[in-house]
Unconditional design. Structure first.
Length: 644
């Protein structure tokens, strides 16, 4: 069996503490299975088996000297990390071998940098012979050559090495990055004066840029990677032992990243400390971390689905990058939804984090507005950790009450002008109110048809809407009348209130609206609510003309989209929609119905469902007084359908 030389049963072995001059007795003799204790390979392959000052043949495991030599040989470059042999695994060895190769290449490139590049000076004046005039003599040109020191080669080499490290396993990457950091901080700038050569060519600019990238990556690794505690501490100790030049002082405490089991951090994550500060030895201590560390902690907790812990952490932690931290805190309502706490989520959207900051609602996008309303209405959340992540939706809690949903939806619209002037946001709100609390796994809403409420109920809600909408704009705490916004007509009342809000928006901000078709389509089969909206517009002629012109433009630009949509919705929907527009008392709105008839007539080959419209239109429209022009167009259209 393979064995160390000192355990050989064929050749006796003589022990000594640290004999390296020459082989002792018969220690140089070997059998086929003798291994070198230092090199950890066959003795026949050891180049230092009998070499003077080495004599590995005398090595054995009872000597402190030879144990240290074995550790140094096996650890290689890793010895500078103060690692024990028991700490070293294949990943660390791999990182060490890559680091050694890099150090050799870096040494060659650094020597080139120190040699500099000799170039002629920019001036054409001959300093040695002023009377010569323009142009330098050959002697002066050689004597006054300027030496440039370009760090670009080293910058490219180190950048390539960092790129390689980011593809390796965490342990190997950490060794490579720490080793690279130590090497570049040893580099000296040969010139005293600043040479404007660019960020990559100037050492004093390039090294801090490289250090920033290295330390940022190491910070993330210390948070995301489960390094053994001993290895974690030795990595930090190694970095702290690096002597930083003056242009790198900013990185002195870069790797002072508290571990996950740190006392203050633990109490914050468990909810035992909501402020992120405590008193230690009479001094206040804060949970303060740099942005890359905060981002890494949030990323790890996201992957673990510890959403409540993320919220506690983001509320307590402090950072010098206020903008970056605010961006992370803007997702607190989303994390609250993911944890099933929709009530806290809707309040955190509208409440400022502190007295100096505005609320998250001021910065959400129309797409985020849609996702939030969908979550609040259905009690479901997307499976991913970001708004744009595709995936299934799952139910995690109880949806918000309709009165709470509609109240906060309006507050979101009123506090964010970009949302208020966006047709997508209004169509989203209308869709949400016309949908059930059940959600498809793909995230699509199930539309419902709301029965038209009695006229007196509609009039009551309309009469209250002006006061309610004004209070929602100006007051913090607003209560909707429980007798109106309660079952069984709470959805209908909310939809009527939304119609009145849309009318107000059109009166004030019609010029900012990019589309009106999207809003009309959002009503689905609730044509009574759309009729209420159109009738309300008739009272102000210029608003009606502007809105209908926008709608006609949308219809002309989106013909193919509409034809595909009508194919999906069927002839019953198209027929009721035509009846709505054609029977409206204002001719301007009737023109919308006429355009729809023209679109269908010109694209009958795409409308196989059109023949089913005949009986519906023939029954509903022929008996109504539509006006001469409208009546003629409708009659002609019905005749075309009858012949299909």
């Amino acid at each position: 069996m393979p064995h160390a030389r000192y355990d050989c049963m064929t050749h006796p072995f003589e022990r000594a503490e640290c004999e390296t001059c020459s082989p002792l007795a018969n220690n140089a003799n070997i059998c086929d299975q003798c291994y070198c204790y230092i090199c950890d390979k066959l003795a026949s392959e050891c180049q230092d088996w009998t070499a003077p000052s080495h004599c590995h043949c005398n090595a054995h495991n009872k000597s402190t000297f030879w144990k240290d030599q074995r550790g140094l040989a096996l650890a290689g470059v890793l010895v500078m990390f103060n690692l024990e042999l028991t700490d070293i695994d294949a990943d660390l060895r791999h990182g060490g071998s890559l680091l050694i190769k890099f150090v050799h290449e870096l040494s060659v490139e650094y020597n080139k940098y120190l040699a500099g590049e000799r170039v002629p000076p920019n001036s054409s004046e001959c300093f040695c012979h002023p009377k010569r005039g323009s142009g330098q003599c050959n002697t002066c040109r050689q004597h006054h050559m300027e030496v440039l020191y370009r760090y670009s080669g080293i910058f490219e080499l180190v950048t390539t090495f960092i790129n390689q490290a980011e593809k390796e396993n965490p342990k190997a990457a950490a060794i490579m990055l720490l080793g690279a950091a130590k090497e570049i901080t040893l580099h000296k700038d040969p010139v005293q004066n600043v040479q404007n050569l660019g960020h990559a060519a100037s050492l004093r600019v390039a090294v801090p840029r490289l250090m920033e990238r290295i330390t940022t990556q190491l910070q993330r690794m210390l948070v995301l990677c489960d390094f053994p505690k001993v290895l974690y501490e030795k990595f930090i100790s190694f970095f702290q032992a690096i002597t930083l030049p003056c242009h790198c002082y900013a990185f002195s405490n870069s790797l002072n990243v508290v571990p996950w089991d740190h006392g203050l951090l633990t109490t914050v994550l468990k909810g035992q400390n909501i402020t992120g500060q405590r008193t230690q030895k009479g001094k206040k201590v804060f949970l303060w971390e740099v942005l890359p560390v905060i981002q890494a902690r949030v990323e790890k907790m996201e992957n673990q689905q510890h959403y409540k812990e993320i919220v506690r952490y983001l509320k307590a932690v402090k950072c010098n990058d206020s903008q970056g931290l605010r961006k992370l805190r803007d997702k607190i309502p989303f994390y609250l939804c993911k944890s099933g706490d929709f009530v806290s989520a809707v309040h955190s959207l509208l409440l400022p984090f502190n007295n100096l900051a505005c609320c998250t609602a001021c910065r959400i996008t129309p797409f985020q507005f849609e996702i939030y309303l969908k979550m609040f209405r259905t009690g479901s959340v997307p499976s991913g950790n970001n708004f744009h992540d595709a995936g299934e939706w799952t139910s995690v809690g109880t949806p918000l009450k309709i009165s709470v949903l509609i109240k906060h939806a309006f507050k979101l619209l009123y506090c964010n002008l970009s949302l208020y002037r966006n047709a997508k946001c209004w169509s989203t709100l209308i869709l949400i109110l016309g949908s059930s609390t059940t959600l498809e796994k793909t995230g699509h809403l199930f539309a419902v048809s709301l029965k038209e409420p009695p006229p007196d109920f509609q009039e009551m809600v309309v009469s209250l809407s002006s006061v309610l909408l004004n209070e929602l704009k100006t007051k913090v705490n607003v209560s909707l009348p429980p007798k109106v916004f309660a079952a069984p007509l709470q959805l209908e009342a909310s939809l009527i209130l939304t119609v009145q809000a849309v009318q107000q928006m059109l009166q004030n901000d019609l010029s900012y609206l990019s589309s009106f078709l999207e809003i009309t389509l959002a009503f689905g089969n609730n044509f009574w609510a759309l009729r209420l909206l159109l009738n309300g517009l008739c009272y102000e002629e210029h608003i009606l003309h502007g809105t209908v012109s926008l709608l006609l433009r949308d219809l002309n630009f989106q013909k193919m989209t509409l034809l595909n949509l009508w194919k999906k919705l069927g002839p019953q929907y198209v027929g009721e929609m035509l009846c709505l527009y054609l029977t409206c008392r204002h001719k301007k709105i009737q023109s919308v119905g006429l355009l729809i008839i023209r679109i269908i007539s010109e694209n009958l080959y795409m409308c196989p469902w059109a023949k089913h419209l005949w009986s519906f239109l023939n029954t509903e429209l022929r008996r109504l007084p539509l006006g001469t022009t409208t009546d003629h167009e409708v009659a002609k259209f019905i005749d075309v359908l009858e012949k299909m």
